[in-house]
Design a protein around this ligand. Structure first.
Ligand SMILES: *Cc1c(COP(=O)(O)O)cnc(C)c1O
Length: 353
């Protein structure tokens, strides 16, 4: 897809195109830093740290993020977790009962759930046996109502990244939107697609502070895309979708890159340890290479092993019902202590064979 033959307006739902967005008090007045008396939003005037509405455009936070990623604040939309961001994308571009989207199972379950909530047909094109997108099959599945292809890279639950050439081919051949879900990008050696925005007008990237940044509890997700696309999403987002406590806490953490990087490094070290350990167990048949903070492994009997671990107080994810994932378990990488406990328990199970 090139800038010349891509027109985002052809992809936007008519009602969204016509929509006049809600204008909040804080949208109409933008502070220039001088001292003002705020009597515009019916807030309680007594200061407690959160008595004022938060900035609907999260300007301070976006400036820092944009600076770190080498993009503009206008390329960013923030939401209440990537789940809200993904829902906004459905509502902006997918006409219920008319449009469809393509997902590549086994993958993150929210794309399908959101498509059902929004009454948008979901077309599934299985990954190949090595968990890569089947580009020809995807291109054959596209029709004139296909609005979005969801690519999760590194993919959940398989852990691998998709080949650059395959993603490029889809970005070039598809006239709708290609969303790359980079929830696990900070654990991967592959570069983010954020620096490709200018090459592909149909590229959208989602990221989250829930994984590497360790802030799942505050709910902050990002969408990174062209200014045109972000402007459309901004039209339909709830005005105060990212609360003040989240904005403050996220800013603090994003500015503390050394802590984030040091935790990521520790997690990767533990992942490599666990990876080597799992390969030695006799009931483990295959350990899949991971670019994320979890490992997928194929075992003799996933239900049995899941129950055994649960009985010993360890909760993992049984993925056996997912396509191409029969008898697989997904292990999130914990602390060194947690990892030790997991490996000790697995050693006991292994000796009971
Ligand atoms: C965990 C995860 C997310 C994160 O969602 P949030 O709503 O931001 O917590 C997004 N995509 C994938 C593939 C994930 O695994």
């Amino acid at each position: 897809m090139t800038t010349q033959n891509f027109n985002i307006n052809q992809l936007v739902r008519d009602n969204v195109k016509k929509l006049k967005p809600y204008s909040s008090a804080r949208d109409e007045y933008v502070s220039d830093g001088s001292e003002m008396v705020f009597l515009d939003a019916n807030e309680n005037p007594f200061e407690n740290g959160v008595n004022r509405y938060p900035d609907p455009q999260q300007r301070s936070l976006k400036e820092v993020i944009a600076d770190q990623k080498g993009i503009q604040p206008e390329n960013i939309l923030l939401g209440n977790g990537s789940d809200e961001v993904l829902d906004l994308i459905f509502r902006a571009f997918c006409e219920p009962k008319v449009d469809n989207i393509i997902t590549l199972p086994p993958t993150y379950g929210m794309y399908k759930v959101l498509s059902e909530i929004n009454i948008v047909n979901e077309r599934e094109v299985l990954l190949t046996l090595d968990f890569q997108p089947d580009v020809d099959a995807i291109l054959n599945t596209i029709d004139k109502h296909t609005k979005i292809i969801f690519l999760c890279s590194p993919n959940n639950p398989t852990g691998n990244s998709f080949q650059k050439e395959k993603i490029e081919k889809l970005l070039q051949a598809f006239h709708g939107l290609v969303i790359i879900d980079e929830a696990y990008i900070d654990f991967s050696e592959a570069p983010s697609w954020t620096n490709q925005l200018t090459s592909y007008p149909n590229l959208m990237i989602t990221q989250t502070l829930s994984k590497a940044y360790g802030l799942a509890g505050i709910r902050l997700g990002l969408c990174i895309a062209s200014e045109e696309i972000i402007r459309i999403l901004n039209k339909i987002k709830p005005p105060y979708n990212v609360n003040e406590l989240t904005q403050k806490r996220a800013l603090q953490r994003i500015l503390d890159q050394s802590s984030v990087q040091s935790e990521v490094k520790d997690i990767l070290k533990e992942r490599d340890k666990l990876n080597a350990f799992l390969k030695e167990l006799s009931f483990v048949e295959q350990v899949y290479q991971s670019d994320a903070n979890f490992i997928l492994a194929k075992v003799d009997d996933a239900n049995k092993r899941y129950d055994q671990l649960l009985a010993k107080g360890i909760v993992i994810r049984n993925r056996t019902t997912q396509p191409l994932c029969k008898n697989t378990l997904r292990f999130t990488v914990g602390t060194s202590e947690e990892n030790k406990k997991l490996m000790n328990t697995l050693t006991i199970l292994n000796s009971e064979l």
